[in-house]
Design a protein around this ligand. Structure first.
Ligand code: ZN
Length: 226
């Protein structure tokens, strides 16, 4: 799977081609990261000792039906609240989830249950066996990508003079993510990606996913300025 930060960066890079409607771009960026929240379910399945926990990843949040449901729910919400912005936000979320699915199919060697709950899986990488060293780098690379995403937001804030008060905390979070990347890469190559160090990694990854949502929301003005 491409790292969540890569999804976020691709979404931000796409903004020049996106419609300029209020809250739309914010939706695209959040929608691009949203599908990997299914890793919370994977973590729950691991803790609850359910069979095949990894089997929950790239399913219900990576489905075209979810895209339609999200767009529909926010459309209804916009009618109920008589506020166009919610419709823009929902359309943006839908577009972001679609971009996420497309990138997942191309990058980093796995399939997607595109039509979940149907069992069909689209997988261009069935022939590919991920070597152990690459698997480690793809996992610890989550931290690297989070850090780069935060630096990208920081550079945009500087360029547009928006959300300047957040720049210090952005750089702090970026440094922390880079440190975690180095720490866990070393740990996993020395000890293997298992046991306690892997559980701590998983916890910090999930925490970082929440942080990327909170920070993205706080940087709304920067993201919507093009
Ligand atoms: Zn994904």
């Amino acid at each position: 799977m491409p790292q969540a930060g890569i999804h976020g960066m691709v979404a931000i890079a796409s903004r020049k081609w996106m419609p300029k409607r209020e809250w739309f771009l914010l939706g695209v960026v959040l929608g691009s990261v949203f599908p990997d929240l299914d890793n919370f379910v994977v973590a729950y399945a691991v803790l609850a000792k359910l069979p095949n926990p990894e089997g929950y990843h790239r399913t219900f949040t990576h489905s075209l039906f979810t895209v339609l449901a999200v767009i529909f729910v926010f459309y209804i919400l916009s009618l109920a609240l008589k506020n166009e912005k919610w419709k823009n936000f929902g359309n943006g979320l839908g577009a972001g989830i679609l971009m996420h699915i497309a990138l997942d199919l191309v990058l980093w060697f796995g399939g997607v249950r595109l039509l979940w709950p149907l069992s069909f899986e689209l997988n261009f990488w069935r022939w590919f066996v991920t070597p152990a060293w690459l698997k480690i780098l793809l996992e610890t690379g989550e931290f690297l990508a989070f850090g780069l995403y935060f630096l990208l937001l920081d550079s945009l804030a500087l360029r547009f003079s928006t959300d300047l008060h957040s720049r210090r905390s952005l750089r702090m979070w970026a440094s922390l993510q880079f440190a975690l990347f180095i720490l866990f890469t070393l740990l996993f190559f020395i000890l293997g990606s298992k046991g306690l160090s892997y559980q701590v990694y998983g916890g910090l990854y999930l925490l970082s996913l929440v942080v990327i949502f909170v920070i993205t929301l706080r940087m709304k003005r920067t993201i919507e300025t093009t």
